[in-house]
Design a protein around this ligand. Structure first.
Ligand SMILES: CC(C)(COP(=O)(O)OP(=O)(O)OC[C@H]1O[C@@H](n2cnc3c(N)ncnc32)[C@H](O)[C@@H]1OP(=O)(O)O)[C@@H](O)C(=O)NCCC(=O)NCCS
Length: 161
């Protein structure tokens, strides 16, 4: 099997990333949009967000040299400046975390997540947040994330990952 490496996504990955996003979301729910239309819309969105050095998004991919096998994305968001303590003024939101089914349970997801978490730590983020699917909770706990008691959420539509 080819060696799988983790690298930052580039604009030129946008079509492959859009394909994976489609695969990810339609694994558990039917599509409400035609695939070609979605791929065009999503690839164009990703091309702008995942340019190298772009802010506030970062995306890492699993690449075996021939194709992408997974990804994880982080969006930084600002906090209001704080005059007390030494409190960091950025939070991070982790999303679009996916490994293709045939490559799961080999530790690739954990490596991807740790890559994103290390980067958040190096950026000096305060909280890292994400919404977990039922199956992924054990992995998040293993990587040091905990379920807080002080977050409120108001959801107008059904869950979006
Ligand atoms: C979550 C996911 C990226 C993990 O990738 P992976 O390469 O299998 O991860 P690892 O091999 O490092 O770790 C295995 C862990 O993944 C999680 N996992 C396994 N299958 C899963 C599934 N179908 N859905 C969600 N999480 C799963 C479990 O926490 C598992 O740990 P456990 O065996 O102790 O229960 C991958 O399972 C996936 O893409 N799932 C579908 C999309 C998803 O649920 N993404 C998370 C959104 S919050």
């Amino acid at each position: 099997m080819a060696r799988v490496r983790i690298r930052l996504a580039k604009s030129s990955d946008s079509h492959a990333l859009a394909e994976l996003r489609y695969r990810f979301r339609t694994e558990t729910e039917p599509a409400a949009e035609t695939k070609p239309r979605f791929l065009r819309r999503c690839a164009s969105w990703m091309k702008k967000r995942f340019r190298s050095g772009a802010y506030p998004w970062r995306c890492w991919v699993l690449d075996d040299g021939k194709q992408l096998l997974g990804h994880v994305c982080v969006q930084l968001f600002e906090k209001i400046p704080n005059p007390v303590n030494d409190e960091p003024e950025l939070h991070a939101y982790i999303t679009n975390f996916y490994v293709v089914p045939e490559m799961r349970s080999q530790g690739l997801g954990k490596s991807l997540l740790n890559k994103a978490l290390s980067w958040c730590r190096a950026r000096g983020t305060d909280a890292v947040i994400l919404w977990a699917t039922p199956g992924s909770r054990s992995l998040y706990r293993r990587c040091g994330l905990v379920e807080p008691t002080d977050i409120f959420e108001l959801r107008y539509l059904s869950e979006k990952i």
